[in-house]
Design a protein around this ligand. Structure first.
Ligand SMILES: [Zn+2]
Ligand SMILES: [Zn+2]
Length: 354
């Protein structure tokens, strides 16, 4: 047992979903983690299945197998290491999975999310698709025990969206377009309204998602199926003639990344939040960007936004309940991660402890 860890009496084993190698996920018996002196042992209540998990499975996003994946988790602290001061067993926490080193040139410049030695829980070290996870105390943010137990799993994706919305610098009264009706799109619609956008248009093929987005604050929605998305939104007589101040690409597709700058108004921003497979290329017209001074921006993970995300969820300011499409056990999660998300699904959550 590691120094400073509180004694754990139960059987040392637990179930965990291991990425053994690219393309191979299995449900295994793993040793229950022993928290190091500065760590919490967290009993997972819910862990979200994210597009990144599917990319990890397919080898489209670098990882370090064998590893237990799952980076969008929350749960109850069961034990604490000997040096932990501010958390006690029994409290609920959400984990910020991204651990920066604090000593590389990027960290020293304050760009901690670009840390050269970044270690992500659920990618480089064992994560939340397991009954328990070891969480360094500096990565933990407390959530109220009165909160619905599944909501904490949305803190991580919301924190990533917050960083993107912060960078896009939406002004009160601005207009926004959100491409993609998955969890990122649904959270960005809400954040864009909260940041002051007066008009928010959500683009998605799925009619149920369009309806949901309208309930969450989208002022209009569009089905891209008939084609000419740019004309129907940014053209004369479109939903937002001239385009939007900020376009959020939340679908992670080549064609929508190409569409995003063309939907931006002159002087506007195309913010890419979707994750494309490593190596994928897109076609952009620099002349169009130049003469309309459209900026293409990207937003990577969640620097210093995790606590705000937790506060937005704890206070009920951002709705997450309608984003839960289904809950599955650890065994079923293999099937869910190894296939594309079914049409209409927003977020599947894994409940490793039933
Ligand atoms: Zn994620
Ligand atoms: Zn660093």
């Amino acid at each position: 047992m590691s120094r400073g860890a509180v004694a754990i009496m139960e059987a040392p084993d637990m179930k965990a979903l291991r990425l053994q190698k690219i393309g191979s996920l299995s449900l295994t018996e793993a040793e229950k983690p022993l928290p190091r002196p500065d760590e919490l042992l967290v009993r997972i209540e819910a862990c979200g299945i994210c597009g990144t998990d599917r990319h990890l499975f397919k080898g489209e996003f670098p990882s370090k197998p064998p590893v237990t994946i799952g980076h969008e988790f929350a749960g109850i602290v069961e034990a604490v290491g000997g040096e932990v001061e501010h958390f006690k067993p029994g409290v609920r926490v959400t984990g910020d999975p991204n651990i920066f080193c604090g000593r590389c040139p990027e960290c020293h410049r304050g760009r901690v999310h670009l840390c050269r030695n970044l270690i992500a829980i659920g990618i480089h070290r064992n994560g939340g698709f397991a009954q328990y996870v070891a969480l360094p105390q500096k990565q933990a943010v407390e959530l109220p025990l009165t909160l619905a137990p599944l909501w904490g799993a949305f803190c991580e994706p919301l924190a990533c969206c917050l960083h993107g919305v912060d960078l896009a610098d939406i002004k009160a009264g601005a207009s926004a377009i959100v491409i993609g009706g998955g969890v990122i799109g649904m959270l960005v619609v809400q954040l864009a309204r909260l940041a002051g956008a007066a008009k928010v248009v959500l683009v998605t093929r799925n009619a149920d998602k369009r309806k949901l987005a309208e309930g969450l604050g989208a002022t209009a929605t569009l089905d891209p199926t008939p084609g000419d998305v740019i004309g129907r939104i940014a053209g004369p007589g479109g939903l937002l003639p001239g385009g939007a101040d900020v376009v959020f690409e939340c679908a992670g597709l080549k064609e929508t990344v190409e569409e995003a700058p063309r939907l931006a108004a002159p002087g506007g921003v195309a913010m890419i939040l979707g994750v494309l497979p490593k190596g994928e290329r897109v076609e952009i017209e620099p002349y169009d960007l130049l003469v309309r001074e459209v900026r293409i921006m990207t937003s990577f993970i969640n620097p210093f936004t995790h606590r705000r995300a937790a506060d937005l969820i704890a206070s009920g300011t951002i709705a997450v309940e309608p984003l839960i499409s289904r809950t599955v056990g650890l065994g079923e999660a293999i099937e869910v991660i190894s296939r594309p998300a079914p049409r209409g699904e927003i977020r599947a959550l894994v409940l490793p402890n039933g």
